[in-house]
Each structure stands twice: as structure tokens, then as C-alpha cells.
Design a protein around this ligand. Structure first.
Ligand code: AMP
Ligand code: MG
Length: 517
């Protein structure tokens, strides 16, 4: 049985009302709310690692009761469901109160090793924060969240996890591209798991309302529960905390850029105070390298959340957080120090990853220039980011050949047009490899450990969704298995590493995603 302590409820003020009527909730950080039961829940997938971390055994996982609990139909002892109250900046504009409109936390479970795991159902029904929406989620977006959050973990990127993916047995109506063509889709519920789901927007809302007392309580709670190693007098402790939040965010962004992840909706309500990737919606994986690419159709015009802008947007979001926290500081110096620490951490981490990905033990001006030229060539020639880096390890330092990278090309004619540029780049790169004192096999192993072969490509997610909607779960389960070891070549799984096929170039769900989910 899981043990819960539910500190968020015990230590922070809640909403006196206990119904799900849409409303503005003042002076409180959560509202008690029950998941709405669903008709015929069925478990499609679970994460064995997350279940193990929670201490949920195989018999429980296989039981009908597990499905009932994680579909929101039944509670285990100690669970006290709530929806939390937060605001946020959406696409750069203050949006006021948002809150958990379709996420319901069941409780904060404590594992045997003392680790805290908040269990949160996404798509479990209406809450006071649902506004006019239904509180539900569809299978396609739930499957995408389940797969990607687990894949991110195995890629070494900080993220919320997912315990279970359950179809509800009910239909949910969505207008995929908001163009007047709604359709009924299978509904689903994901149980997300993280030490905390507190977002930047949790701090922004009380600050925007001038409720400094509530803001201060939340900051002190967050430090005490989630950053217990920080101590000292309040202002120093809070300053150290903000700097740590900034550094974690810097590390996160360097990792997103390394693996080619585009979040798609980096609103301040979608950034975690723990520096975790959170809220997988219209995210995407960069295929051909294009810093201007965004998967989110809502963002096609402004491209605010395009791949290449993510580091700058994270800093924008941290500035919004700093603005919210400012009333708690007599001197803003620690807030400025935090923002500088973000930039510094991001650059240091990015440099470290860059060196590792190219197989260099150190970076110098020449290598930095080579790295920049490589990215420029990938962009001009429409080359797959993931495969290009993976194939670099196969370049022969004595006889470098452009053909080594062929599996990463989307348009061979563009590569041919730059053949001269490529030859000189490869010549210079091979020179850096010959200068490496390590045995070749050792360098190749080090490169392969940071350049994944298998990432959750958009079109592969869509193939699993198509199959799951037909009732065939085999592709999903096989893919989840592959993604557990993303850097290790796995026999018979070449189809999980292949670059995007031509049919997927413009297909909805593969390169274009909307917030409708
Ligand atoms: P997101 O774009 O997922 O970050 O969501 C922004 C806000 O809209 C959050 O407050 C969500 O809880 C809310 N929201 C999104 N979809 C739904 C839905 N189907 N029902 C209720 N609230 C939703
Ligand atoms: Mg969100």
C-alpha cells in the first residue's frame, strides 16, 4: 500500500468550496475536487520503472483495482484529490488565473527510500479551473505525453514521469485544427508522477493579485519541501533558491537543445520550479535541423516557441518569475544573480554537450567554429539532427567520407550542391579526431553515449496512435521498449531510428500539432 503525506494540502491554504463550478479562487492554492468516474477504463501501458519506484508490485499492477484507481474511479486510502491554483503568461501575455483545469492530483506518495512522488491524473474531469472546457484528454495526446516523458527520462533529461496510460471507454469531442470539424475521439487518462508539480505560474498568481502573504507562504513551503538543503536567513535562502531554480532551468534547456526537443508551449504555467520538462502538449522533435521550426500550429505566425528561441524564452520566463518574487526581496541583487546564473549554466552545459557530441575532449575556437559550420550545413542541406550526430562517430579519421552521413539526408540534391563545403568541413573535423589520444573505439563509445539513436520521432508517435486507435497496442509496446535504451543500437529496431518518411512531411500529428488535446 502506498503511504501519503499530502503536504501541499496540509501546509498551504485551500479553497473553502468543494464543488467544480468554474470560479476565481482567491487566497488559496488548491481546491478539493474528485475525479469524475469513467465508463470502461482499460490499461494500455505502464512504466515498470515508475511502478517500481513507487513500490507497486506486479500483482497490484495487473489487478482491476489498479485500473479503477488510475482512471479516477476509486481512491486508495490516504489519497485526497485536489486541483491546484496557478496563473501564467501565455505567449508573452499575462493570462490571469489558469489552474489545473484537467489535472487532478491524488496525493503525495512517499516511497520506501523517502522519495516524494506526487500522483496526478491528467484528463480526470472538470475542476473549478476548467473554465468552459471538459477536463478530459484524448488518446492521441495522452499517448504522446506518456511516451515522451518516459523517453525523456531515458535520454537523461529532467522530466515528469508517467505511471499509466488508460483509455476511459468514453468519447471526447475535439476540433483538431479549430476549423469547424470536430470529431469524437477515444478519451484517455495519464497518471503523471513528479516530486512536485509547482510551476512558475503558481508564484505569479498571488504576486499579480498583490497577495504577498500567500506568495511568501508558497515560497517558504517550496523551499522547505523541495529544496531542503537550502538554509540561512530568509532573504539569503530565497536568493539561493532562485539561483538554483535558474541553474536547473539552464541545465534543462541545454538538454532540450541537445536532444532536439521542442516544447511547443513554453508559457510560464508550463515551466516547473524543479527544472523538469512538464506539460507535453503540441511538442515535437526536430527532424531536419531548422532552428525556426515549431510543431505548434497556434504558434506558426509568431514562432515564439521555435526550437532556436527556447533558451531565450526560458530566460524570459525566469524574468517573469523574478518579477513575481521581487516583493519578497529588499534588494533585487539575488534575482539578477539568478538570471545571470541561468545564462552561465546554459552556456557551460551547452559547451560541454557540444564537445561530447563531436567526440572532443575540449572546445577551442577552431572546434567551436567547426560546430557552428556543421549546424549551418545541416540547416542548408536539410539533414536530420539526431542521425547526423549519431553517424559522426562512424567518420573515419584517416579517410572521412560524406557518404557516412547519408542516412540523415532528406534532400540529397541539397547535400550534393554543398559537396565542396562538406569536404573541407570533414577534412578539418577528421584532423580534430586524429589529434585525440584516446583509442578510436573508446571515443566512439563516448560519442554514442551522448548522441541517441532512438528519439520519439513525431511520425512514429502517430503510427502508434493510429494502431492504438484501431486496438493494436503492439507498436506502442515495442516502441516503449526501444526508447528505454535510446543510445544503444538494438537489433531489429532500425525502423525506430529511421528519418521521417516523405508521407509524414506535412501530415497533421507528424509535423503539425495543435493545442487541441
Ligand atoms: P495548457 O495549454 O495545457 O498548458 O493548458 C492551459 C490551461 O488550460 C490550463 O489551465 C489547463 O488546465 C486548461 N485546459 C486545457 N485543456 C483543458 C480541458 N480539456 N479541460 C479543462 N481545462 C483545460
Ligand atoms: Mg499547462
Amino acid at each position: 500500500m502506498l503511504r501519503f503525506d499530502n503536504r501541499f494540502l496540509l501546509e498551504l491554504p485551500g479553497d473553502p468550496r468543494a464543488d467544480d463550478c468554474p470560479r476565481q479562487v482567491h487566497g488559496a492554492l488548491w481546491s478539493a475536487v474528485l475525479p469524475t468516474p469513467v465508463a470502461a477504463p482499460r490499461l494500455l501501458a505502464h512504466s515498470p520503472e515508475v511502478a517500481a519506484a513507487l513500490g507497486i508490485d506486479a500483482a497490484t499492477l495487473a489487478s482491476p483495482e489498479f485500473v479503477q484507481v488510475f482512471a479516477g474511479n476509486r481512491l486508495w486510502p490516504g489519497m485526497q484529490p485536489w486541483a491546484s491554483n496557478y496563473g501564467g503568461h501565455q505567449f508573452g501575455h499575462w493570462a490571469g488565473q489558469l489552474g489545473d483545469g484537467r489535472a487532478i492530483s491524488l496525493g503525495e506518495a512517499l516511497a520506501a527510500d523517502g522519495a516524494r512522488h506526487e500522483l496526478q491524473l491528467k484528463g480526470a474531469g472538470r475542476t473549478p479551473y476548467s473554465r468552459h472546457a471538459d477536463g478530459r484528454a484524448v488518446l492521441r495526446s495522452s499517448l504522446r505525453e506518456f511516451v515522451c516523458s518516459e523517453a525523456m527520462h531515458h535520454l537523461g533529461v529532467a522530466t515528469t514521469r508517467a505511471l499509466s496510460l488508460i483509455v476511459s471507454g468514453e468519447e471526447v469531442v475535439r476540433d483538431l485544427f479549430y476549423d469547424g470539424h470536430p470529431r469524437a475521439e477515444p478519451g484517455a487518462i495519464v497518471c503523471r508522477v513528479a516530486p512536485s508539480f509547482i510551476r512558475f505560474g503558481h508564484f505569479e498568481l498571488p504576486a499579480a493579485r498583490g497577495d504577498i502573504g500567500l506568495l511568501e507562504r508558497l515560497v517558504e513551503f517550496t523551499i522547505a519541501r523541495d529544496f531542503p538543503h537550502l538554509s540561512g536567513p530568509p532573504e539569503q535562502r530565497r536568493g539561493d533558491w532562485f539561483v538554483e531554480v535558474c541553474m536547473r532551468t539552464g541545465r534543462l534547456l541545454a538538454n532540450w537543445m541537445r536532444v532536439g526537443f521542442v516544447h511547443g508551449v513554453m508559457n510560464t504555467d508550463n515551466l516547473s520550479i524543479l527544472g523538469l520538462t512538464i506539460d507535453y502538449g503540441p511538442y515535437g522533435w526536430l527532424e531536419d535541423f531548422d532552428p525556426d521550426w515549431t510543431p505548434n500550429t497556434t504558434d506558426f505566425e509568431g514562432r515564439r516557441y521555435a526550437y532556436g528561441r527556447q533558451p531565450e524564452i526560458a530566460q524570459w520566463n525566469l524574468s517573469a518569475l523574478a518579477g513575481a518574487l521581487a516583493p519578497l526581496f529588499s534588494d533585487p541583487a539575488p534575482l539578477h544573480a539568478g538570471l545571470r546564473a541561468y545564462a552561465q549554466t546554459f552556456m557551460t552545459e551547452q559547451a560541454r554537450w557540444t564537445a561530447a557530441r563531436f567526440g572532443w575532449e575540449r572546445l577551442d575556437d577552431e572546434r567551436l567554429r567547426l560546430a557552428r559550420d556543421f549546424h549551418a550545413l545541416l540547416q542548408r542541406c536539410e539533414i536530420d539532427l539526431t542521425l547526423a550526430f549519431r553517424l559522426l562517430a562512424d567518420i573515419d579519421p584517416e579517410a572521412p567520407s560524406l557518404q557516412t552521413l547519408e542516412a540523415a539526408w532528406y534532400r540529397p540534391a541539397l547535400v550534393a550542391a554543398e559537396a565542396g563545403e562538406w569536404q573541407s568541413w570533414l577534412g578539418a573535423y577528421a584532423g580534430t579526431l586524429r589529434a585525440d589520444p584516446r583509442p578510436r573505439a573508446q571515443r566512439q563509445a563516448a560519442m554514442n553515449a551522448v548522441n541517441p539513436l532512438y528519439v520519439p520521432r513525431n511520425y512514429l508517435a502517430q503510427l502508434c496512435i493510429d494502431a492504438a486507435e484501431r486496438g493494436d497496442l503492439a507498436p506502442l509496446h515495442e516502441w516503449l521498449e526501444t526508447l528505454r535504451r535510446p543510445c544503444e543500437e538494438q537489433p531489429g529496431r532500425a525502423h525506430h531510428a529511421a528519418r521521417r518518411p516523405e508521407w509524414a512531411r506535412e501530415r497533421p500529428g507528424c509535423s503539425m500539432l495543435s493545442c487541441s488535446s
